[in-house]
Each structure stands twice: as structure tokens, then as C-alpha cells.
Design a protein around this ligand. Structure first.
Ligand SMILES: C[S@@+](CC[C@H](N)C(=O)[O-])C[C@H]1O[C@@H](n2cnc3c(N)ncnc32)[C@H](O)[C@@H]1O
Length: 313
């Protein structure tokens, strides 16, 4: 009996242990997934709120400039040669800190753009348009270090396409494609107009009629957590048989298969996939006869592409 009782109680204990182990495993798994799990904007404490490297760098730059001013003042006691040396080292420190500041601001805004919807990102830039320019200053210095410039690639690809084709550049940045490509009608859309070629809008809703575009382009602009809406919108405005070109960072894809399935469900046929330098991937699609399938709304965007987040340096 006692053996029996003990054995029941042991069974209970081992069942409870099993349950705890399962829970712990689940918890560990959930924790592992945390970095890619996105909370809606506003719910999560942004990196900016937790630790603001930009503010610290701004303070350091201010302090250095003040120091430089006081070194230049006639009351400073050291010789003019020593003063010259101090001033040049202080200038180079200010320039290093300023570069770091550009990078820190870029990383913060970049994270916001990848972890929120296009509508929220639009609100952010409406409240503070300076952020858009800070983002693009950092983005430009990133491009300079890349082995390949997506916009130049798209411009040379467009050289072989008829001039009369209507092009839409979704998330155009400073609309270099509209400036450099030969096509007469190039619609350039972005959240802020950095020049007169850009039309301000969220690319989930562009001011174009259905079936009106021959070539749609997304160059590194599938950023928002609702990027599937951007692709649906492209499908709406593209003519049947129109071309859709997408350039993205290869590192955003865990696998290409889910992305290709999504595009198929949206009504696009894959024409080609190139991976120059294995840094970028360029997809070329054609819009087919099918309407986008309703299941696409159930797809978790994170199962398709990860946000491109940079580490703080
Ligand atoms: C990484 S930049 C690339 C700019 C340009 N296409 C290029 O390749 O140089 C991405 C651009 O997409 C824009 N963007 C992201 N989400 C957007 C949205 N929902 N609506 C409009 N523009 C968006 C950003 O503002 C940014 O200018």
C-alpha cells in the first residue's frame, strides 16, 4: 500500500515536474524570440527612452565646442602654437563625435521605421520632419560603404525599357530614380518630400488609379510592420502583366520560400531572382490575372522578413 501510495505521489511529482519543464522550455523559447517580437508602437519603451546615445553625444559636442571657444579666447594663457594644436585636436574630436551622432540618430529612426506601421511612421515624421533628414543623412553614409547601389542598378535596368512606360517608385527617398531614369512618367512616393519630385503619402495608399502603372519599384522600402499592405497596393495600381521589382537586404530573409509564396498569393509570378554579392536580393515579378488571396491578411509579416536593425557602436 505504502509503496503504491508513494508510487502515486511520485507519479504526481514527476507529472508536475514535466509540466514545469514544458513551461520553462516554452518560456525559454518565447524569450529567445523576443528580439524579433514586435509590440505595437507606443506600448514598447523605445531605445530612445531607455538610453539616448544621441543626447549624450550632443552634450559632448556642445562641451567640446565650448572648450574650443574658451581656448581661443584672448585670456587663454598658453602660447599660440599650443593653442593651434589644441584647437585642431578638438576639431577632429568634434568631427568624430558628429559622425557618431549621425549614426546614432540613423539607428534609432531606422528601428522605429522597421517596428511600426507606415501610418505611425508618417505621424512621427509629421510631428518632427527633422527626423526624416537625420535618417537620410545616416542612410547616405551607409550606402557609401555598400558594395552595390540599388538605385543605380534600377536606373541602368530602366535604360533598356521604353520611355513611355509609367513607373511608380514606392518609398523613393530623395527620388533619384525620377531624376536619373529616362521614363517620362515616374511617380515617386515617400513619407516626406525632400524635393519637388516626391509625392507625400503612406505607400499603403497611393494616389493612383487601379491598373495604371507599368513598372513598380520597391528599393529597400518594405520597412513597416504592415509591408504586406504596400505589396497589395502595388498590385492594385499595376496593370496586368506589369513588372514589379523588389530590392531588399538578403539578411532580412530567414528563407526565401515564404516570401515567394506570399507574392504568389498576392497575384505575382516570379520572373527572376538575383543575389549580387549575397548582400542584396533583387526579385522581378509580373502581375498575373489573379486577385490577391484573402489569406494574406492572416500572414505574420515577421515570418516573411525580419526588420533590419543595426547594433549600437
Ligand atoms: C531605406 S530608404 C530607401 C530609399 C530609396 N528607395 C533608396 O533605395 O535609396 C526607405 C525609404 O522608404 C520610405 N518608406 C518606408 N515606409 C514607407 C511608407 N509606409 N510610405 C512611404 N514611404 C515609406 C522611407 O521614408 C525611406 O525614405
Amino acid at each position: 500500500m505504502s509503496n503504491g501510495a508513494s508510487s502515486v505521489s511520485n507519479n504526481n511529482t514527476s507529472a508536475a515536474n514535466n509540466q514545469r519543464q514544458q513551461k520553462a522550455k516554452k518560456y525559454r523559447h518565447a524569450k529567445k524570440k523576443q528580439p524579433h517580437k514586435m509590440k505595437p508602437h507606443g506600448e514598447r519603451k523605445s531605445q530612445q527612452q531607455q538610453h539616448n546615445p544621441s543626447k549624450q553625444l550632443e552634450k559632448q559636442i556642445k562641451a567640446q565646442k565650448k572648450q574650443q571657444q574658451s581656448n581661443k579666447s584672448p585670456s587663454a594663457s598658453s602660447s599660440s602654437q599650443a593653442n593651434g594644436r589644441t584647437s585642431s585636436s578638438s576639431s577632429s574630436l568634434i568631427s568624430t563625435l558628429s559622425k557618431k551622432l549621425v549614426g546614432a540618430k540613423f539607428r534609432m529612426i531606422n528601428e522605429q521605421l522597421y517596428t511600426t506601421t507606415g501610418a505611425k511612421a508618417k505621424e512621427m515624421f509629421e510631428k518632427n520632419p527633422e527626423l526624416y533628414h537625420d535618417y537620410h543623412d545616416g542612410f547616405r553614409s551607409s550606402i557609401e560603404q555598400w558594395p552595390f547601389d540599388p538605385v543605380s542598378n534600377l536606373v541602368s535596368w530602366l535604360k533598356n525599357k521604353p520611355k513611355k512606360l509609367v513607373v511608380a517608385d514606392f518609398g523613393c527617398g530623395d527620388a533619384r530614380i525620377a531624376k536619373e531614369a529616362k521614363q517620362t512618367t515616374i511617380h515617386s512616393f515617400d513619407l516626406v518630400a525632400s524635393n519637388e519630385r516626391v509625392t507625400v503619402c503612406d505607400i499603403a495608399h497611393v494616389p493612383l488609379p487601379d491598373d495604371s502603372v507599368d513598372i513598380g519599384l520597391f528599393s529597400l522600402s518594405l520597412m513597416g510592420t504592415n509591408f504586406i499592405d504596400y505589396l497589395k497596393e502595388a498590385h492594385r495600381v499595376l496593370k496586368k502583366g506589369a513588372i514589379l521589382k523588389i530590392v531588399e537586404l538578403e539578411s532580412r530573409f530567414v528563407r526565401f520560400e515564404p516570401f515567394k509564396k506570399l507574392l504568389q498569393k498576392l497575384g505575382f509570378d516570379l520572373q527572376s531572382q538575383l543575389n549580387p554579392d549575397h548582400y542584396f536580393v533583387i526579385f522581378e515579378y509580373r502581375k498575373n490575372e489573379n486577385r490577391p488571396s484573402l489569406d494574406v491578411d492572416k500572414i505574420d509579416p515577421l515570418s516573411i522578413m525580419k526588420p533590419c536593425l543595426y547594433k549600437n557602436r
